[in-house]
Design a protein around this ligand. Structure first.
Ligand code: NAD
Length: 414
């Protein structure tokens, strides 16, 4: 069956909803995005030619507050993917109790072939095109695949120039000098490690010496590995898109981080024999952290997973068919909407700091992040125990019930 992110989100939601008494009209509302904007716009390239680009912004659900979600630049990004990712942001924000709905944006382009000045012009024009639906109390973008803090600075500047005043709260994930929050870069990986620790505590297990494999050694994967090592675990396998590295005596993480900083990929780390990158997924470890991209654990390879626990750093790494196989094998899966929510939690703190004109110490940020994730984990764990269901279905139930409750008070307009 062809892989479809939208089908995957719908299946996850329908399964969760079947355990609830949510009214039929709310189910119908939650099946479709509130708003989807498609834009086509011209940009002058460095050689003087004019090219047209196609972009999207989807605000999936606005019941809880302004929508929040990244902007993705990728040759394969499409409308369907943006809608599915916006839906995931909706459930994630609801689950961890943020006053946000979910959104996502994308521009079809290949950043690898574009100069910095071309990327800046694309970003400024895309911002102008979606300007009517942007704003600190409407929709707040953040970085996603192939967009960075610099992209956020361009969005913020374009928005501010058009409005006539500086508006730092219109984006998160900004450079620190522009009001980017301390701790944001590490937040998602820190969160992945916190939920792993909470799961282990609830299972009565110790992280001391637990073996870990991490797929994807980018922002989320590398920070998760470093934090889990700090908690006593042993990182024995990592991969990126170039290669896989395995050493059951423990990998030298700091050297691998240095290698990425210098050469951008693990293939240049010459001290350990490398292996095909997918081997990392199939190691006999205690914990597997898929932290690369969606659709990695599927019906065709789920049986080969030997880890006892999977903690989803990436969005959508496990398909619903694979989920069932892992569940039958007794593998504990901490779902993406809980495991990688650390990023949006700290993005929310960045937004609060921008709106209030304050800058908090990193300690304060980390304490707030930890409290929110621990509380969310407890809610999900309790729901899963109560109903004897997976952590994923439990997480969706907690998220969707919160949105349904908000609808029950807000009612329907007019
Ligand atoms: P990144 O670009 O920093 O890192 C991605 C890593 O995955 C890179 O090392 C890349 O080489 C590797 N990779 C790509 N394809 C691979 C493959 N087939 N096998 C092995 N490695 C592969 O991106 P990131 O910010 O770390 O995001 C990773 C995932 O986490 C994405 O799904 C993203 O949506 C999700 N996520 C990120 C954040 C965040 O704050 N950065 C928050 C929530 C969710």
């Amino acid at each position: 069956m062809e892989f479809s992110l939208t089908r995957m989100v719908q299946q996850q939601v329908e399964k969760a909803v079947s355990y609830t008494t949510i009214p039929e009209h709310i189910r119908r509302i939650l099946k479709c995005p509130n708003l989807l904007l498609e834009v086509n716009f011209p940009v002058r390239m460095d050689d003087g030619q004019i090219k047209c680009f196609n972009g999207f912004r989807c605000q999936y659900n606005r019941a809880l507050g302004p929508t929040k979600g990244g902007v993705r630049y990728h040759p394969q990004v499409n409308k369907e993917e943006v809608i599915a990712l916006a839906a995931w942001m909706t459930w994630k924000c609801a689950l961890v109790d943020l006053p946000y709905g979910g959104s996502k944006g994308g521009v079809i382009c290949d950043p690898m072939t574009l100069s910095e000045t071309e990327l800046e012009r694309i970003t400024r024009r895309y911002t102008t095109e979606i300007m009517p639906i942007l704003g600190p109390h409407i929709d707040i973008p953040a970085p996603d695949v192939f967009t960075t803090s610099k992209t956020m600075a361009w969005i913020m500047d374009t928005f501010s120039m058009i409005k006539g005043y500086t508006e730092p709260a219109v984006v998160t994930g900004k450079p620190e000098v522009l009001g980017g929050s301390l701790g944001r870069k590490q937040a998602t990986g820190r969160g992945v490690s916190i939920v792993t620790r909470e799961l282990y505590q609830n299972l009565g297990k110790s992280l001391q010496g637990a073996t870990v494999a991490v797929q994807g050694f980018g922002n989320v994967g590398s920070h998760t590995a470093l934090f889990l090592e700090e908690m006593g675990a042993k990182i024995v396998a990592v991969s990126d898109s170039s290669t896989g590295l395995i050493d059951y005596d423990g990998l030298p993480l700091n050297e691998l981080v240095e290698c990425i900083e210098k050469h951008a990929c693990l293939a240049n780390y010459g001290k350990i024999k490398s292996c095909p990158r997918d081997e990392v997924l199939y190691q006999d470890v205690d914990i597997l952290v898929p932290a690369a991209m969606e659709n990695q654990i599927r019906q065709d390879n789920a049986d080969k997973i030997r880890a006892k626990t999977v903690v989803e750093g990436a969005n959508g790494p496990t398909t619903p068919e694979a989920d069932e196989i892992l569940e039958k094998k007794g593998v504990h899966v901490v779902p993406d909407i809980l495991a990688n929510a650390g990023g949006v939690i700290v993005s929310h703190l960045e937004w609060v700091q921008a709106l209030s004109g304050l800058q908090w110490e990193e300690d304060e940020i980390n304490k707030r992040l930890e409290r929110k994730l621990v509380t969310s984990f407890e809610k999900v764990w309790k729901k899963a125990q109560e109903k004897n269901i997976s952590l994923r279905t439990a997480a969706y139930i907690v998220a969707i019930e919160r949105i349904a409750e908000v609808y029950s008070y807000r009612g329907l307009f007019p």
